[in-house]
Design a protein around this ligand. Structure first.
Ligand code: PAF
Length: 283
């Protein structure tokens, strides 16, 4: 069946009103486009678990900092549309920034604490931008469930906290990281890597696997695991560590002792490209 393309909030509302009238359950997959198999896994799960699925494709300007890659962020809406259609989603929302943000747009959703470490500390305002657009998408879609990848683990924790705090009527479904054959986590930003950088980028997963093995074998010191991960990454000449952190998986506060569910998250520059990856260890 052909997917419906909507361009404005008003068009989305019209489709949703019809779905609601028919009593359909609705799944939402928020994306910034340039879709890969990671996004594909979210869409597939949403199609399995809901009567109707809306996918948003929107490079959200308010979650990019002034020196970040908003202008160069990869875009290919035709390819995205083909993939979304082939996976059986029902509606794609692809607005212009001006359709999402009026010139006097004045509201920001800000989640304290959980959004302040890791990427939040390096990308000021990033999670405010994410939470604001995600709230708009939740409101527009009236979805029962929304699907987020674990690669952006802090984003998942922040969105979960926001939904809990605001009693939003939506279930957040976290989905596993999808990797290339050599272990690199799929990301739209992998396209920035030269072939030499692409090879070097495998160091992120290699380092995380070594760290995860230590934790699985019973290592309790976060510092010991962190140092091992840093050591492996620092041996790759094209890699520059932005952060290696071990935090509580719920609060995203750093921990000294690995006890309870933890997030081990890393951000590494490979050349000029900043890549993130992580593992979660749940007891
Ligand atoms: O993860 C992303 O691609 C974005 O942060 C999201 C959730 C689509 C909001 O713009």
């Amino acid at each position: 069946m052909k997917v419906t393309v909507t361009r404005t909030p008003a068009e989305v509302k019209e489709v949703i009103k019809d779905w609601k009238k028919q009593g359909y359950s609705i799944g939402l997959v928020p994306t910034m486009g340039y879709l890969h198999e990671g996004h594909g896994s979210l869409i597939k799960k949403a199609v399995e678990e809901n009567d109707k699925v809306m996918v948003s494709v929107f490079v959200n300007p308010i979650q990019f900092g002034p020196n970040e890659d908003l202008e160069t962020y990869p875009r290919d809406f035709d390819a995205d549309l083909k993939m979304i259609e082939s996976l059986g989603a029902d509606m794609v929302f692809h607005p212009e920034p001006s359709d999402m943000y009026a010139s006097d747009f004045s509201t920001t959703i800000s989640v304290a604490g959980v959004s302040e470490n890791l990427c939040g500390a390096r990308r000021p305002g990033h999670f405010n931008g994410v939470c604001t657009v995600v709230t708009k998408l939740f409101n527009l879609s009236e979805a029962d469930r929304a699907y987020f990848g674990q690669k952006d683990a802090q984003q998942l924790a922040v969105v979960r906290r926001m939904v809990r705090d605001l009693n939003a009527n939506i279930e957040i479904i976290g989905c596993p990281i999808i990797r290339e054959d050599d272990g690199l986590a799929k990301s739209s930003r992998n396209t920035y890597l030269s072939s030499e950088e692409r090879k070097a980028a495998t160091v992120l997963n290699k380092a995380l696997c070594a760290g995860k093995q230590m934790v699985e074998e019973g290592e309790k010191s976060a510092l010991t695991v962190k140092l091992r991960i840093e050591d492996i990454i620092s041996k790759e000449p094209l890699a520059k560590i932005d952060y290696v952190e071990i935090t509580d998986w719920n609060s995203i506060e750093p921990v000294d002792i690995i006890d309870g569910s933890i997030l081990c998250a890393i951000a590494v520059y490979i050349g000029n490209t900043r890549l993130i990856d992580n593992f979660i260890y749940e007891v």
